[in-house]
Design a protein around this ligand. Structure first.
Ligand SMILES: Nc1ncnc2c1ncn2[C@@H]1O[C@H](COP(=O)(O)OP(=O)(O)OP(=O)(O)O)[C@@H](O)[C@H]1O
Length: 261
């Protein structure tokens, strides 16, 4: 397993006009740690996650995974996006075994692994169905099983539960924690939802926008399994809401200043 070291990472998207998506990000994520990235829209959470996945290059700075510089996508990293992007013409099990198939793993072996991960995400019995026959929550579980099937050391998740209904989302959070507690892979999870960020994480990183910077980091020192109404979690949520309110007020004040300049 491996952790990340993010040193002086900035990202400018060329224009016109150029957009400074990230500026001076320094962050260390420990091996086996569960970290959530939180922040208002446009503060660079997805951009940083994509740089960590090797899908984008930083303009400045470096990201290391287990000491090695991340320059391109690697087998060590599994990625789950909001849209699981399953292939509609492949059955559920053939979607899950895709990564193993691309690596040339023999059919019997990859099928057994895919079956195991489908069972792990609570989907035993739907192997031969097609994606359109599943609910949104089930499709997202297939996406998670597919990411896990290649045994990555790290799971990077970008709003993976953003498109499912509230009750399904709570269940998926519970199941993800269950998987994490059994396998202790490093997980970095992007969300807009303060309660989700706090419930899941060992540490919550709040970003501020224009340009994206780390605003504040909180340790969530609450043992698992956690009750969602645990007083310490609720107090932490309130503290984070207050910080988001103040960063939004600061941004609005800057906009007004800019308009009067
Ligand atoms: N490919 C791109 N080209 C140009 N600008 C981009 C590109 N990708 C992102 N940006 C800009 O970079 C900034 C950060 O975007 P990013 O998607 O990383 O933010 P985010 O915090 O993940 O937002 P959201 O929560 O809405 O998904 C935004 O201003 C966005 O418009």
């Amino acid at each position: 397993m491996a952790g990340f070291t993010i040193q002086g990472v900035s990202k400018v998207f060329p224009g016109p006009p150029p957009t400074q998506a990230l500026q001076g990000i320094n962050l260390t994520i420990g091996e086996g740690e569960f970290v959530t990235f939180l922040g208002p829209s446009g503060c660079g959470k997805s951009t940083l996650l994509e740089i960590m996945a090797g899908l984008q290059q930083p303009t400045e700075g470096v990201v290391r995974l287990g000491g090695e510089e991340v320059r391109e996508p690697s087998e060590k990293v599994g990625v789950v996006f909001q849209d699981p992007s399953l292939f509609p013409w492949r059955t559920v099990i053939r979607n899950v075994e895709l990564g193993l198939e691309l690596r040339g793993v023999p059919k019997e072996e990859r099928r057994a692994v895919a079956r195991e991960y489908l069972a792990m995400v609570g989907l035993a019995g739907v192997e031969t169905k097609y994606p359109h026959q599943l609910s949104g929550g089930m499709r997202q579980r297939v996406g998670i099983a597919r990411a896990l099937a290649t045994s990555p050391e790290v799971l990077l998740m970008d709003e993976p539960f953003g498109a499912v209904d509230h009750l399904t989302r709570l269940q998926l959070q519970h199941d993800l924690l269950d998987i994490w507690m059994r396998h202790r892979r490093t997980i970095v999870f992007v969300t807009h939802d303060v309660s989700e960020a706090v419930y899941l994480a060992d540490r919550v990183v709040l970003f501020s926008p224009s340009p994206g910077r780390v605003r504040r980091v909180w340790n969530v020192d609450v043992p698992r399994p956690r009750a969602r109404d645990d007083l310490a979690l609720v107090n932490l949520q309130n503290e984070i809401y207050a910080e988001i309110t103040s960063l939004t007020a600061e941004r609005d004040a800057r906009l007004v200043e800019g308009a009067h300049a």
